[in-house]
Design a protein around this ligand. Structure first.
Ligand SMILES: Nc1ncnc2c1ncn2[C@@H]1O[C@H](COP(=O)(O)OP(=O)(O)OP(=O)(O)O)[C@@H](O)[C@H]1O
Ligand SMILES: [Mg+2]
Length: 522
């Protein structure tokens, strides 16, 4: 079967040239089907998975039909968020590169006067959020009575309860003689029904049906965590996976603020984005993230829909999404345009059934993963330190220090020197982050100090024996047990800690502070 080319779809030469400039070789399935239909003048409801190029699917044919600037609004595109309005406007601007068409994004949180002035100078396509568009209609600067195209991007979200009144109001102002287009990766039946009101009887439904609602290139996993271990688990996941760039979703704005602060304290490069932040802050954070100067974007669902950032390697649902649609859109921020991605969801045992519902509704497989142990993190950090050493040697960046190392060679065993350097590097990497945090410590307080010296494993049996001896003595106040004096624990495993906890629970030790210190030998 011959692959369809952009040139086969009936687009104008200027638009084809722009698409070529953008570096796109072939149309995606949704583009292949939607573009000719729009060019023919039909209303369209288009559904295709996240990141499959729906923006261009409506943008290219609209621009192909407009070509010249008419100096008055002929197209209105509505998006649920400000950032998405800006992004869609940018993408369309790239497609419009060789035409004279003028576009303007309008959205709240930006001085309205500037937008009014720009609109007065003559704009063909307005891309905006419903609230601001209504405001501008009310001020008589946006007149939709002669528009040719109305697009609802993220249509289901726009027709959902929160936006429906504004949308109805805007549609009332639109010319009857228009093409209406609805796009989204998810299109629940009730939304389809509702949309009939705004669409012609000849509306074409284009649904790129795949086995799953989610994109195949996104590997999906979940971690079962205790509520109180949520944060610690996240840190461990980040430390072992070392995502190049991740979006972490929280349920609430407060949750976002708290998580950003906690991540910051632990030294992660994270910033938040939610509806209570100023627009300039939201934009600068997103810009930083897009430019690769921010590792972790922590956000509410405000970033769940439509946002297209290249190379987001991970999406992490720190809190569960509110519904299946939200899950699909959130994880769709990775694995875009056929790239690979990873999606993680943290669930408590009580939330597990919701995850199962999502899995069923999306028909995708969300596999279980275990939260990494401290040993695994240690190993990861060790491996990346060694990889860096290798890189330095290969690039010969170490050459100027060779003479100093020769001096060390005279005094010490070089294996000891290497071990000391590893120790210093890892200490810096891990800091005290894992010294005072352990998972599953229930009400007991367990401190684990990672050791990075000799590799003798702790002997859980001996430890348990020690504890049972202590418990059996039935001392009233055991208080802080300083076991450092009795044992030297080297490279304690998390299993050992778990065994201790298991042993302690149900005993009277439970209510006491158990302070296990495993020292780091010098
Ligand atoms: N034919 C194509 N070939 C390669 N890349 C493309 C093509 N069309 C669009 N893209 C790029 O793919 C990315 C995703 O496109 P877009 O944001 O339009 O996806 P979407 O289907 O609207 O996703 P979502 O449902 O998340 O909004 C963008 O970076 C876009 O520039
Ligand atoms: Mg989109």
């Amino acid at each position: 079967m011959k692959n369809v080319k952009f040139g086969d779809l009936g687009l104008s030469e200027k638009i084809l040239r722009a698409i070529d400039d953008m570096g796109f070789e072939e149309p995606s399935k949704i583009q292949e089907e939607v573009i000719p239909i729009v060019l023919e003048g039909f209303d369209v409801i288009g559904q295709a998975q996240t990141g499959t190029g729906k923006t261009l699917a409506f943008g290219a044919p609209i621009l192909s039909k407009l070509d010249r600037s008419e100096g008055r609004i002929n197209t209105i595109i509505l998006t649920p968020t400000r950032e998405l309005a800006i992004q869609v406007n940018d993408e369309l601007n790239r497609i419009a590169k060789f035409t004279k068409v003028k576009l303007l994004p309008v959205y709240g949180g930006q001085p309205i006067d500037r937008q009014i002035n720009a609109l007065r100078r003559g704009i063909d396509i307005v891309v905006g959020t419903p609230g601001r568009v209504l405001d501008l209609i009310g001020r008589n600067v946006i007149d939709l009575s002669r528009i040719k195209f109305l697009v609802l991007d993220e249509a289901d979200e726009m027709l959902d309860m929160g936006f429906i009144d504004d949308i109805e109001e805007i549609v009332k102002n639109c010319s009857k003689d228009r093409q209406t287009m609805l796009f989204s990766a998810t299109m629940p039946d009730e939304i389809r029904q509702l949309s009939r009101k705004y669409m012609s009887d000849e509306t074409k439904h284009v649904s790129i049906v795949k086995n799953t609602m989610t994109v195949a290139t996104v590997a999906q996993f979940y971690y079962e965590v205790k509520q109180k271990d949520r944060f610690e688990s996240l840190c461990r996941i980040l430390d072992v996976d070392e995502p190049s760039s991740a979006i972490i979703f929280c349920k609430t704005k407060k949750g976002v603020d708290e998580l950003v602060e906690a991540l910051d304290v632990r030294g992660y490069n994270a910033e938040g984005m939610h509806g209570d932040m100023s627009q300039s802050q939201r934009m600068s954070t997103l810009r930083k993230f897009k430019e690769g100067n921010l590792d972790f974007l922590v956000a509410t669902d405000v970033a769940a829909r439509g946002i297209d950032v290249e190379n987001v390697s991970h999406v992490i649902n720190y809190d569960l999404p509110q519904d299946t649609e939200s899950y699909v859109h959130r994880i769709g921020r990775t694995g875009r345009a056929n790239r690979e991605g990873t999606a993680y969801t943290l669930v408590t045992s009580r939330e597990y059934y919701i995850l199962k519902q999502i899995e069923k509704a999306t028909r995708s497989k969300i596999r279980r993963k275990e939260v990494p142990s401290i040993d695994e993190i240690f190993l990861t950090k060790y491996k990346s330190a060694v990889a860096r050493v290798k890189e330095v040697i290969e690039k010969e960046e170490h050459k100027r220090f060779v003479s100093l190392a020769t001096e060390l060679d005279e005094e010490y065993n070089l294996v000891d020197v290497a071990a000391a350097l590893i120790s210093m590097v890892l200490e810096k990497e891990l800091g005290s982050n894992y010294a005072e945090n352990s998972i599953g410590s229930s009400s007991s307080y367990v401190r684990l100090f990672l050791s990075i010296g000799r590799m003798d494993k702790i002997n859980p049996k001996a430890l348990l024996q020690f504890f049972s001896d202590q418990a059996d003595t039935d001392k009233e106040d055991i208080g802080d047990i300083d076991i450092m004096e009795k044992f030297t624990f080297v490279n304690a495993t998390e299993e050992a800690a778990k065994a201790i906890i298991k042993h302690c629970s149900g005993k009277r030790l439970m209510s006491r502070r158990v302070n296990i210190e495993i020292s780091r030998p010098r």
